[in-house]
Design a protein around this ligand. Structure first.
Ligand code: ZN
Ligand code: ZN
Length: 250
């Protein structure tokens, strides 16, 4: 399984694009979240319009789904024919459709490929595009689903936005990789993860490897070395701060 960090930033970061992760497994390809800046970055890595099989939307904040109209527009321009699976919480189909209508009038009607919307709610297990999908609510200002994506003996957890909950900890148990938002250094404000909170979360859940993303832009700039030192001190776990475009293989 190949994991590429298309973006690792928060909503307003000029240096790091919105957090988005591209996962490839046995010929299938899956994009997790698609904010304002994601399509431009995505197409620097993928030039084949048919390559993407599915798109996960964790929640309806702009830095996680306002890129969908542009993604669909460019795939239309490139002549895509294959349906695109779009997976998320209840309301995903309606909300994506509304964003597309606002952004590009009749784009939805003129697409020559289908958008197949799937609702995934906590407690459900779906098999879509060769992967197994499960979700749990994190603690965020808008309802946000954390995702567990698995295939074969590999399991990845992606938090979307939000502080860990008992439900997300259960979902993340024994993941090969946890990708978690860590907006702050410590749990100072509700609704967001933190570096310290994520370290605790990964120790609790038996995670082998974890990547911290969506870090507040000022903290990422001024506290990077401090964060790396904190990650270095976690016994038996490997934590890292991915860079834009970085790729790892599980
Ligand atoms: Zn958010
Ligand atoms: Zn966000």
């Amino acid at each position: 399984m190949e994991i590429r960090f298309i973006g690792v930033g928060e909503a307003c970061d000029s240096n790091y694009g919105n957090t988005s992760i591209l996962i490839k497994n046995r010929g299938s390809s899956h994009l997790l979240d698609c904010g304002f800046s994601v399509p431009h970055n995505y197409f620097t890595y993928c030039s084949d319009p048919e390559e993407l099989d599915s798109l996960w939307i964790s929640h309806f904040h702009g830095d996680h789904f306002f890129g969908v109209p542009l993604l669909c527009l460019r795939l239309w321009e490139m002549g895509r024919k294959k349906p695109l699976h779009i997976i998320g919480q209840e309301g995903t189909g309606e909300t994506v459709r509304a964003a597309m209508d606002l952004a590009y009038g009749n784009l939805f009607q003129k697409l020559q490929y289908n958008l197949n919307f799937h609702v995934l709610m906590p407690g459900e297990k779906a098999k879509i595009a060769g992967m197994t999908w499960q979700a749990a609510w994190g603690d965020h200002s808008r309802p946000c689903l954390a995702l567990c994506l698995s295939a074969g003996n590999k399991k990845i957890f992606y938090s979307g936005d939000g502080r860990p909950t008992a439900e997300t900890a259960l979902l993340a148990g024994n993941s090969d990789l946890v990708i978690h938002e860590a907006f702050l250094l410590s749990d100072d404000i509700p609704g967001h993860g933190s570096v310290q909170g994520c370290i605790k979360f990964c120790q609790q859940t038996g995670t082998k490897q974890f990547a911290l993303v969506h870090i507040n832009r000022e903290i990422r700039q001024s506290e990077k070395n401090h964060i790396l030192q904190l990650l270095d001190k976690v016994p038996g776990r490997s934590g890292f701060l991915p860079e834009t475009g970085e790729k790892i293989i599980l």
